[in-house]
Design a binder for this molecule. Sequence first.
Ligand code: BG6
Length: 494
Amino acid sequence: MALKTFALVVFGGDGDLALRKIFPALYHRIKDGQISVGNRIIAVSKGDLNTDSFLSLMVEHLKLHVADVDANVVDKLVGITSFVQADLNVAEDYLPLKEMLDEADLPQTLFYYSTPSFLFASISRMLNQHGIITENSKVILEKPLGLDLTSFEELNEELSKYFTEQQMYRIDHYLGKETVQNLMVLRFANHLFELAWNAQNIDNIQITVAESIGVEKRKEFYDSCGALKDMVQNHLLQLLCLVAMEPPATLNADNVRDEKLKVLKSLRMFNPGNVGKHTAKGQYARGEVQGGRVDSYQEDIGSYDSTTETFVALKVFIDNWRWAGTPFYLRTGKRLEKKYSEIVINFKMVPHNVFPAGPRIDQNQLIIRLQPEENIELVQMAKIPGPGGYRYQPVPLKLDFSDSFHKRFPDAYERLLMDVVRGNQTLFMRADEVRASWKWIHSITDSWEKTKQEVQLYKAGSSGPGSKVMEAGHKWHESNEKDDKKDISQFFGT
Ligand code: BG6
C-alpha cells in the first residue's frame, strides 16, 4: 500500500535528539526508498539559524551519526527540508510555518515535539490558534511525559483538548529497537518457549539496562528526575510488559496495549514495609570506566548535596495467575562498568538429580541480549565429551542475529517514524499505560520518602549496589559471566 505523503514538523529541530536520531532516521528511510521527495520536513526552533545554516548543521551531524554517508541521499533530504525560526511561545512566530504547510498542502501533518515537555501545551495551543491542527494531524510526544502522576494528568488533559488519543504517538524508543520487537516473535512464534513461560517453570527473571555514560549535558533535568523516572517508568517497564504479558489476540494496537496494561495493573505496589528490602538506589562516586578516570555524579552536576539516584534495582512481583510468586529483578544505572541491556530468564532446577556423583546441575538460562550485542543464548547442561562417567557443564547455545541476518539493524526511530506515517500505534504507549506506570512509580517514591531511604554511593565502573534486592539463592547475571562458559559449537565441531 502506498504511504500517504506527509509534512513533518520537528519542534526542537536543532536539538540533540533531532540531530542525533531523527534526521539520521529520515536519511535511512530515504535511502531505503520509503520516504520520497514528495514529502516535506520543517525544523522549527528559536535557534539563530536560517534554512541554509540549519542544513549545514544537519549535514555535519549526519556525517557524525551515519556510516558511509551517501551524497545523493543527503541531497534528497536537504531538498525537502526547511527551517523556521520561532519562539514557541509567541503566536506570530507560527505564521511562516502555517504558510509553508498551506503551500505544501499534503494529506497528513506530523508534529514531532522534540522539546522539553513543559512546551508541549503551549505549542499545541499556538498550532490550534492558527488552525494548523486538523483531523489529518498526528503528534509525536517524546518522554518524559510528566514527572509524576499529577503532572502527567495535567499534560495529558491539556493535549487532549487539541488531539484525540488516535492522533497521539507517545514514543518509548525501546519499543522500536529490533531486538525488543524480536521478543514478541521469540515468545509468540515459538511453541517451545511459550510452554515454559510461567511461574511453574521459571524461577526468576532479570532485566538489566546498564550504561557507562554519566549524566552528560542534561544535568538540570536529570537531577530533578533520577534513574527511576528516567528509565524504569518507561523503558524497563515496557520491557517487563513484553516479557510478562499474555499473548494478544492480534497485533492490533489496542489488543497489544490492553495486554501490557493488564501487566501494569498487576504490579504489586510498594509500601514503607517492603521498600527497604525490595529496592536499592545508588549514586555514582568517582571511579574508572573503561580505563578512564571519571568524576562523581555530584562533581558532574556541580551540586554537592544532591541525593538523586543514578542507579536503581528493584524486586518486583506481578500478582496474576501466570507469574504468582516469581520475582522480576529490574536494574538500571549510569556510569556502570559497560553499556549493555539484557533480559535473563532463569528456569527452575530439575526436580530430581539422576547424576548424584556429578557436579552441581545449573539452572537453564535464556539470555536475551538487546544491546550492544544482539543475540539469544540458551544455557543448558551438556556432557563433557570423553569416557569416565558423567561430567557435565553449562554450555551456551547461541543465536547471533548478525550471523543469521546479514542486514543493517535499523535504529528504533526509523521504525517508529514510519509507524506514525502509516498510523500504526502498536509500538506507542496509550495514556492508560502511562497512567498505570506512574501510579506504580508513585508507590516507590512515596515509600522512599516515608522511610527516608538513603542513596548509596557506588564506585563508577562497578556494577552498582543491586545485590541488596536479591533473595537468598538468587544473584544478578553479570554480562561477563558468559566468558566462563564454553560455547557448545566446539563440541560439535562447527
Ligand atoms: C533515554 C534516557 O530515554 O534513554 C537516557 O533519558 C538514557 O538517560 C537513554 O541514556 C538510553 O537509551 P539507549 O537507547 O542508549 O539505551
